[in-house]
Design a protein around this ligand. Structure first.
Ligand SMILES: *Cc1c(COP(=O)(O)O)cnc(C)c1O
Length: 396
C-alpha cells in the first residue's frame, strides 16, 4: 500500500527534533554531526540566533503580502545582492527549480525582444542538475530524471562537462545562430563536486561574448559563500549574464533568486513573469540576514580557511583508507570524496558513526557542512568519517 507521503525518496529511518549549530539531535536523543546541512541549505547551521531573531521579528509584523504591493524586505535583500555581486536586478523565487524556469524564460525572451526569435537553443552539460520541473529536467537531460516524463521541453543540447581544450572546441562547434544561452554550474553538486577549471569559465565567457550568447551560472548549490567567495564564479574573475541562487540564501527558509545584468533583464517587463510567494517578507527578512553575514569578507576568509583545514584532514583520510577513498575534490566547504564502494554505503556507515553526509553522482560522497562550522567540529567530523571508513574497510 502506498504510504501517506508519496515515496519519491529513499528515506533513512532517522528523524530529528532539534538542531544546534552543526549538530542535529535525533528523536532518540542521539547527536549527529551534520555535514550535509540540508544539502547546502543550512548555511549558518541550525538555530542560528541572528536568523531566529530575523524570522521571529518579521513573523510578528507581516507574513505575506502580494507582489502587487511594494515589499520593503524584498527591496532590502535585492539591494544587498546588487551591491555585492555583478547583478543589477533580482527576481525572488521559493526554490532553485523556479530559478531555472526564469533563467530559461529570460534568456529566450532576451533574443526574442532583440529581434532574433529563432535563438531558443540552450547548451547544458552532462551530469548537470537544475531542478525537477519539466523545464529543469529537460535542461539537465539525464536519463534518470527524464524517463517517463516526455515529451520534454525542446531546445536543449547536452555537452560533455568542460575540462579540456577539446571540450571547449566542442562547445564552440555547438554554438549556432539558434543558440540562446549556455547554462552551467561552476561546480556541479549533484553531479559529484565537479569543478569547472577557471580557464574553462573564462573561455566560456569569451565564447558567449563573441557569439552574443547569454551565460547562465547555476550557483544554487555552490553559491552563497560555499567556496570561500560569495559566488563560485568570482574565483575565475568572470561573471554571468544571469545567475540562479537558492539553497544557502534562505539559511533553511525556502528562498531563491535570479540575479541578472540590466542588459539581460530589460526584456522582463510588467506582467512577463510572477510568483505568489516569491520574495515573501519572511523569506526575504531571513535572506537579508544570511546575505549580510555571509558576504562579510572576514566571514568568507574563514570559510576558505576552514575549507583548507577540512581538506587537509580529508587528504590524510584518503591516504589512510586507500581501499575506500580515491581522492578529494571541491573548493572551500563544498567538498567531495571520490569513493571505491558505493557512496551510499559510506552514508549508511556514517549514520552508525554519528555523522551525516550526502551521496552524489560519479561515486562521490559530498561534504557540505555549515559555513560557520567550528574547527573542533571539523576535527570531530574527520574522526567520525575515519570510523565510518574503517567499518567499511573491515566489512569488505
Ligand atoms: C538543488 C539544486 C537545484 C534545485 O533546487 P530546488 O530548491 O531543489 O528546486 C538547482 N540547481 C542546483 C545546482 C542545485 O543544487
Amino acid at each position: 500500500m502506498i504510504p501517506p507521503v508519496l515515496p519519491t525518496y529513499n528515506r533513512a529511518p532517522l528523524s530529528f527534533v532539534r538542531g544546534e549549530g552543526s549538530w542535529l539531535v535525533a528523536t532518540d536523543g542521539r547527536r549527529y554531526l551534520d555535514l550535509g546541512a540540508g544539502i547546502a541549505v543550512n548555511a549558518l547551521g541550525h538555530a542560528h540566533p541572528a536568523l531566529i531573531q530575523a524570522l521571529t521579528d518579521q513573523a510578528a509584523k507581516v507574513w505575506h503580502v502580494s507582489n502587487v504591493y511594494t515589499i520593503p524586505e524584498q527591496e532590502r535583500l535585492a539591494e544587498l545582492l546588487v551591491d555585492r555581486t555583478f547583478a543589477d536586478t533580482v527576481f525572488f523565487t521559493n526554490s532553485g527549480t523556479e530559478t531555472a524556469e526564469l533563467a530559461i524564460k529570460m534568456a529566450r525572451k532576451f533574443h526574442y525582444e532583440a529581434g532574433q526569435p529563432e535563438r531558443t537553443e540552450i547548451i547544458a552539460f552532462e551530469g548537470a542538475f537544475h531542478g525537477r520541473s519539466t523545464g529543469a529536467i529537460a535542461a539537465a537531460g539525464s536519463e534518470k530524471m527524464v524517463k517517463g516524463y516526455g515529451p520534454l521541453m525542446p531546445g536543449f543540447t547536452h555537452l560533455k562537462w568542460p575540462a579540456t581544450e577539446a571540450d571547449h572546441a566542442a562547445i564552440r562547434a555547438a554554438i549556432t545562430d539558434r543558440t540562446c544561452a549556455v547554462m552551467i554550474e561552476p561546480i556541479q553538486g549533484e553531479g559529484g563536486i565537479r569543478v569547472v577549471p577557471d580557464q574553462c569559465l573564462k573561455g566560456l565567457r569569451d565564447l558567449c561574448d563573441s557569439t552574443g550568447t547569454l551565460l547562465i551560472f547555476d550557483e544554487v548549490q555552490c553559491g552563497m559563500g560555499r567556496t570561500g567567495k560569495l559566488f563560485a564564479h568570482e574565483w575565475a574573475g568572470v561573471s554571468p549574464d544571469i545567475m540562479m541562487v537558492a539553497k544557502g540564501i534562505g539559511g533553511g527558509f525556502p528562498l531563491g533568486a535570479v540575479l541578472a545584468t540590466e542588459r539581460a533583464a530589460l526584456c522582463m517587463t510588467a506582467g512577463s513573469h510572477g510568483s505568489t510567494y516569491g520574495g515573501n517578507p519572511l523569506g526575504c527578512a531571513v535572506g537579508a540576514k544570511v546575505t549580510e553575514i555571509v558576504s562579510d569578507p572576514a566571514f568568507l576568509a574563514e570559510v576558505a580557511r576552514k575549507g583548507a583545514l577540512f581538506r587537509q584532514g580529508l587528504e590524510s583520510l584518503v591516504a589512510r583508507h586507500p581501499t575506500v577513498f580515491q581522492a578529494v575534490r571541491g573548493e572551500g566547504l563544498m567538498l567531495g570524496l571520490k569513493c571505491t564502494p558505493a557512496p551510499t554505503d559510506l552514508v549508511k556507515a556514517g549514520y552508525s558513526a554519528g555523522v551525516l553526509t550526502v551521496a552524489a553522482a560519479d561515486n562521490v560522497l559530498r561534504l557540505l557542512p555549515a559555513l560557520n562550522i567550528p574547527d573542533a567540529d571539523i576535527a570531530e567530523a574527520l574522526a567520525r568519517l575515519d570510523q565510518a571508513a574503517t567499518s567499511l574497510a573491515q566489512a569488505a
